[in-house]
Design a protein around this ligand. Structure first.
Ligand code: CA
Ligand code: CA
Length: 203
């Protein structure tokens, strides 16, 4: 039996997705100085907040999955919808880290969606336009397209519309992100949390 168990261990070490999710650890900016060759953006982000910090996948790995932190609808008079984006980075062999830039304080992390093969490569934002004296939420949802063409979408907020897709990473894939967040302003103010995001492409 010894001879049979060695190939199995080799397979598990190289394909951690065979038996479900590997253990992902939070990168917490550990790889933030990784080189990238391009930034991909969209033009329909919200007007509030400011750009926060960059978080990057470790060298040699790319984002192949994501999860969203979304505040439930009708949870409050002041809704914020999308609060955070977490990317799952791996080289599909040994490395497994999550990255997330700054996140808002409302809502919960929901399901993870994965590119069946390839990497996250482009994105599209669903954004509610400014509502004046009414309640604003800014970004409500995001779609990703994988390098193989598969489009991923998870449940998000109900408000707003999708606009144009970003450029796609021409080589490699998405390997980092930076969010534009409106910090929590307090009880008497209209909060929106996440307002925009940009992603980085690595070789
Ligand atoms: Ca408002
Ligand atoms: Ca609001």
């Amino acid at each position: 039996m010894q001879a049979a168990s060695i190939p199995l261990l080799v397979i598990l070490a190289h394909f951690p997705f065979v038996l479900g999710k590997p253990e992902f650890r939070a990168a917490n900016g550990m790889f933030a100085n990784r080189n990238f060759y391009s930034t991909i953006e969209v033009s329909n982000g919200g007007p509030w907040g400011s750009w926060t910090w960059v978080d990057m996948c470790p060298e040699g790995s790319y984002a192949i999955g994501y999860s969203l932190k979304v505040e439930e609808t009708f949870s409050a008079n002041d809704e914020t919808s999308l609060n955070g984006i977490r990317l799952f980075c791996t080289n599909r062999t040994s490395s497994a880290f999550t990255i997330e830039s700054n996140i808002g304080e409302f809502g919960y992390w929901a399901r993870i969606s994965w590119c069946p093969t390839g990497f996250l490569s482009s994105f599209q934002l669903k954004v509610e336009s400014p509502q004046g004296i009414l309640d604003d939420t800014a970004v409500n949802n995001i779609r990703f397209r994988c390098s193989t063409g598969v489009v991923l979408e998870n449940p998000g907020g109900p408000y707003g519309e999708y606009a144009s897709w970003s450029d796609a990473c021409p080589r490699g894939g998405i390997c980092g992100l930076q969010t534009k967040q409106e910090p929590y302003r307090g009880l008497l103010w209209d909060d929106t949390a996440l307002n925009d995001v940009r992603f980085f492409c690595c070789e």
